[in-house]
Design a protein around this ligand. Structure first.
Ligand code: TMP
Length: 209
């Protein structure tokens, strides 16, 4: 059996990922694929505990290196426990955020640079997505959609942090245009979803799914 499809969604906070992930799931189901849905940080019992630590506003003293390593630990567990076994069984996995989030948020946002990719190469152990949708939206627009009393530890960072993250995503997309599809997320939900469905269809056809 051939390896299953691994799909990830990326973007700034408030870019509309959750809505598009749900619509992508419905599209895959409509063509006979029941995807395994997961998210980062999280998706396993251990990784969800690490998520709570990462997003807790009380943890304001967390060092950037510790933060990077906890995200990478949560990822290593998710890859080992869920993603790799599923794609080896030939199943399709859809993940809300993955390694590109660490490169954008910790590498560019926190300014940790290339070490983030090195640490995360160990965490993902060769498991890279077949296709990544980067929902491209001005971070100021994204943040205006989130209520300030509902912001988590990362979301409540200043706008210049979010612009560094956004520029980081653009660099990632430029460096790997075959894998990363840049989706203009300033359009309507239907327009965005249609473009994602068209790309998903191409990827599924290529894989013979
Ligand atoms: P979520 O709001 O999409 O669930 O993601 C949680 C937050 O964690 C979001 O602000 C982005 C951030 N994040 C990182 O900083 N690095 C990472 O590697 C991941 C996966 C998320």
């Amino acid at each position: 059996m051939s390896r299953g499809l691994f799909i990830t969604f990326e973007g700034s906070d408030g870019a509309g990922k959750s809505t598009q992930i749900q619509l992508a799931k419905e599209y895959l189901e409509s063509i006979g694929i029941e995807p395994i849905m997961t998210r980062e940080p999280g998706g396993t019992s251990i990784s969800e505990k690490l998520r709570d630590i990462l997003l807790d506003k009380e943890n304001s003293e967390m060092s950037p290196i510790a933060e990077m390593m906890i995200y990478a630990s949560a990822r290593a567990q998710l890859v080992a426990e869920v993603i790799r076994p599923a794609i080896e069984r030939g199943e399709t996995v859809v993940c809300d955020r993955y390694i590109d989030s660490s490169i954008a948020y910790q590498g560019y946002g926190r300014g940790l640079g290339d070490i983030v990719e090195e640490v995360n190469r160990v965490a993902i152990d060769g498991v890279m997505p077949d296709i990544t949708f980067f929902l491209d939206l001005d971070p100021a627009v994204g943040r205006s959609r989130i209520r300030s009393d509902e912001m988590d530890r990362l979301e409540q960072e200043k706008l210049d942090f979010h612009y560094r993250v956004y520029n980081g995503y653009k660099k990632v997309a430029e460096a790997d245009p075959k894998r990363v599809a840049v989706i203009d997320a300033s359009r309507t939900i239907e327009e965005i979803s249609l473009e994602i469905r068209t790309i998903l269809k191409e990827v599924c056809d290529r894989k013979g799914l």
